[in-house]
Design a protein around this ligand. Structure first.
Ligand code: GTS
Length: 219
C-alpha cells in the first residue's frame, strides 16, 4: 500500500490525486491528512518526512518518503507497463519535463507566492514572513504565464504537445489555486479556457473533484 500525506483541497495535492486517478492506482493508495491551516506541515514530525515542509508526500512500500509532485508523479507513472504521464521517448520526456517546469515557474508557483505573500495566506501562525510587493509581482507573472499557455494551446491540444501529460495536470493545478485566491484568468484567453473545460471533463479530474468534496478531513 502507498500512503499519500496531503490536504484534501490543496492545488499541489490535486496534481498527485489526479495522477493517481489517471493511472488507475486508487485502490493501492491511502491518504493521511496534514492540516495546512493548523501548520501541521511545519511541525518536526512532518519535517522529518519532507525537509521542505510541503504537501504532498508519498510514502512507498519500503518506507521511503518522496516529496515534490514531479518526483511523485514520475514514481507512480513508472509502476505501470508503460509511462502515461511523463513520456516514453527521450523527446517526449524532455518536452514534458520542460513544460511541466514552465507550468510551475510561470503559473502555479507564482500563484502560490501571491497567496502566501499578498493575501492572508494560511494565517499569521503559519505565514511568518510576508512580502506583499513580491506577492503582487508574482500574481502579474502568473497572468503573463497564463497568456503564454494560451498561445501554446492555440497551436496544440495539450500543454506538452499532442498527448495529455503531467504538464497538463500542473497547469490545471494553477486553475485550482487561482479559484482559491479569486484570481481571474482573463476570459480573452480562450484557448486556455477551452483546454480547461476539456480538463474538467476528464474522468480523473472529475474523480478528484468528487474526492475532495467528500473528503472526511474537510473542516
Ligand atoms: N514544489 C512542491 C511540489 O511540487 O510538491 C510545492 C508543494 C507545495 O507548495 N505544496 C503546498 C504547501 O505545502 C500545498 S497546497 O498549498 O497546494 O495545498 N503549502 C504550504 C506552505 O506553507 O508552503
Amino acid at each position: 500500500m502507498l500512503m499519500i500525506y496531503d490536504w484534501y483541497d490543496g492545488p499541489y495535492p490535486s496534481r498527485v490525486r489526479i495522477a493517481v486517478a489517471e493511472l488507475g492506482l486508487a485502490s493501492r493508495v491511502r491518504f493521511t491528512s496534514v492540516d495546512l491551516w493548523k501548520g501541521e506541515h511545519k511541525r518536526a514530525d512532518f519535517l522529518a518526512k519532507n525537509y521542505s515542509g510541503t504537501l504532498p508526500v508519498l510514502q512507498i512500500e519500503d518506507g521511503t518518503y518522496l516529496a515534490e509532485c514531479t518526483a511523485i508523479t514520475q514514481y507512480l507513472d513508472a509502476l505501470g507497463d508503460a509511462p502515461r504521464l511523463t513520456g516514453a521517448t527521450p523527446r517526449e520526456q524532455g518536452m514534458i519535463h520542460m513544460m511541466n517546469k514552465r507550468a510551475e515557474i510561470e503559473f502555479l508557483d507564482a500563484i502560490s507566492v501571491y497567496f502566501h505573500h499578498a493575501t492572508a495566506g494560511l494565517g499569521p501562525e503559519v505565514e511568518l514572513y510576508q512580502n506583499e510587493e513580491w506577492g503582487l509581482r508574482m500574481r502579474d507573472k502568473a497572468l503573463r504565464g497564463a497568456r503564454y499557455f494560451d498561445d501554446v494551446l492555440k497551436a496544440q491540444p495539450f500543454v506538452a504537445g499532442d498527448a495529455f501529460s503531467m504538464a497538463d495536470i500542473t497547469v490545471n493545478a494553477g486553475f485550482v489555486f487561482a479559484k482559491i485566491v479569486d484570481l481571474e484568468i482573463p476570459a480573452e484567453l480562450s484557448s486556455l479556457h477551452a483546454w480547461h473545460v476539456r480538463m474538467m471533463e476528464r474522468s480523473s479530474v472529475q474523480l478528484w473533484e468528487e474526492m475532495h468534496l467528500t473528503d472526511q478531513s474537510k473542516p
